[in-house]
Design a protein around this ligand. Structure first.
Ligand code: PNS
Length: 171
């Protein structure tokens, strides 16, 4: 930072479990990529909530294919604290999407915790209202119970999910 002006492109980190990535994630990625010089999509290897259904390699491949047309977006992964990762990555900002008011409660404390640990601020993008009901966990539940999620996930994600369902049905 020189005279209050950035000396290089702003590097933003968009973290998540991406288990699997949804069109809601993609919408945030596309919009954040227009706001910042560089966007690192950072997959947490072991989400706190529960063991992921898709392995790290699958989540990396699904995201890489989905963002292939966005030249300033990179897909990375991290273990441990997000605050440590953003510092090591030299990030200027964390980006998150907010779908509904209930997201705000947990996101606000996470943003304050991450800033106290890393001095990196979190900026929020409001999710497009057409994705306000879309979450990875609901998409998985509906898909594996036979529902149609083609409008809710990118094509490469639908392909990997279909392969996973077929391999689970063979067991
Ligand atoms: O897609 P998700 O599951 O909502 O993403 C949550 C994520 C990965 C952003 C959050 O769980 C996280 O930052 N995990 C890393 C561990 C960490 O830093 N925990 C303290 C957060 S304040």
């Amino acid at each position: 930072m020189k005279d209050g002006k950035p000396t290089r492109a702003t590097r933003a980190v968009y973290p998540g479990s991406f288990d699997p990535p949804t069109n809601g994630h993609l919408d945030v990625i596309e919009r954040a990529a227009r706001c910042f010089g560089e966007l690192l999509v950072a997959i947490v290897v072991n989400p706190q909530k529960r063991a992921p259904m898709f392995g790290l390699d699958e989540r990396v491949a699904m995201l890489k294919e989905s963002v292939a047309g966005l030249s300033n977006v990179r897909v990375e992964h991290f273990r441990g604290l997000l605050a440590d990762y953003v510092r090591a990555a030299g990030a200027d900002v964390i980006v998150k999407g907010l779908r509904v008011v209930s997201d705000f409660e947990s996101e606000m404390s996470a943003a304050l915790m991450n800033r106290s640990l890393s001095e990196v601020d979190t900026l929020f993008l409001m999710s497009d209202q057409k994705y306000s009901f879309v979450s990875s966990s609901l998409v998985k539940e509906v898909f594996f119970l036979g529902g149609d999620v083609a409008a809710l996930v990118p094509e490469p994600v639908l392909r990997v999910m279909t392969e996973k369902r077929t391999s689970l049905q063979r067991r």
